[in-house]
Design a protein around this ligand. Structure first.
Ligand code: AMP
Length: 223
């Protein structure tokens, strides 16, 4: 199943995406993670992207489209995948529509109010080794500053400062939010309330995905 997780920065796309990946056995693809890896490795693409990311602006469509296209073409994506953070502009959505076999079957929008997003992102910490995500207020690690999973150091993302967070949310409203209507018109958009406990949100998400899977299987039987 090809799934797009949609929502503002801090809405919980990564958290829900990991749960979906575990339950349905398909990979979560985060263009943000792919870009951060390129920055860490110092590749030409990473050097191009870094200043955009650190200031909260979007990296150019061309760059992310190339990254997404390559990742989706890998064999583990054949049974499906979860896109987290892509597409983020109408241009990217159009480019994706033109990629062979990549029409999304379902787009799930996680809805969270802006003031809640700012609080969440200010408290977010990520593991420098395995990228696991914590929140010092609502989802702290067992030992301060240390990842429960791998023992790595927990750090604040460079773009999780109040100033850059505000810019990222502004950019979301300006360039990304209109994709909701784009996917509504294609009858694939579903919204969930992202201000509830993680497990409760996931019940809704899994319900939507199971229903979509049922529809896909029924239409396969008809053809
Ligand atoms: P994320 O981890 O999804 O919050 O992404 C972190 C940063 O990576 C964003 O603020 C952008 O600078 C860049 N980025 C990630 N995905 C995209 C995308 N689809 N289009 C443009 N920029 C992106």
């Amino acid at each position: 199943m090809r799934i797009i997780l949609f929502g503002a920065p801090g809405s919980g796309k990564g958290t829900q995406g990991d749960l979906i990946a575990k339950r349905y056995g398909i990979p979560r693809i985060s263009t943000g993670d792919l870009l951060r890896l390129a920055v860490r490795k110092g590749t030409p693409l990473g050097r191009k992207a870094e200043s955009f990311m650190n200031s909260g602006r979007l990296v150019t469509d061309e760059v992310v489209e190339g990254l997404a296209r390559e990742r989706i073409a890998e064999p583990d994506c054949r049974p499906g995948y979860i896109l987290d953070g892509f597409p983020r502009t109408i241009g990217q959505a159009e480019a994706m529509a033109g990629m062979a076999g990549s029409r999304p079957e379902i787009v799930i929008g996680i809805e969270v109010r802006p003031e809640v997003l700012v609080d969440r992102l200010c408290g977010r910490r990520v593991c420098a080794s395995c990228s696991a995500v914590y929140n010092i207020h609502v989802q702290p690690p067992a030992a301060a500053g240390i990842c429960d999973i791998c023992g790595g150091e927990l750090v604040r993302r460079k773009d999780d400062t109040p100033e850059v967070i505000r810019e990222r949310i502004r950019v979301y409203h300006e360039q990304t939010e209109s994709l909701k209507d784009y996917y509504r018109r294609k009858n694939v958009f579903h919204a969930v309330d992202g201000e509830r406990p993680i497990a409760v949100i996931f019940q809704d998400v899994a319900g939507l995905l199971d229903a979509a899977l049922g529809r896909t299987k029924a239409s396969e039987r008809r053809t």
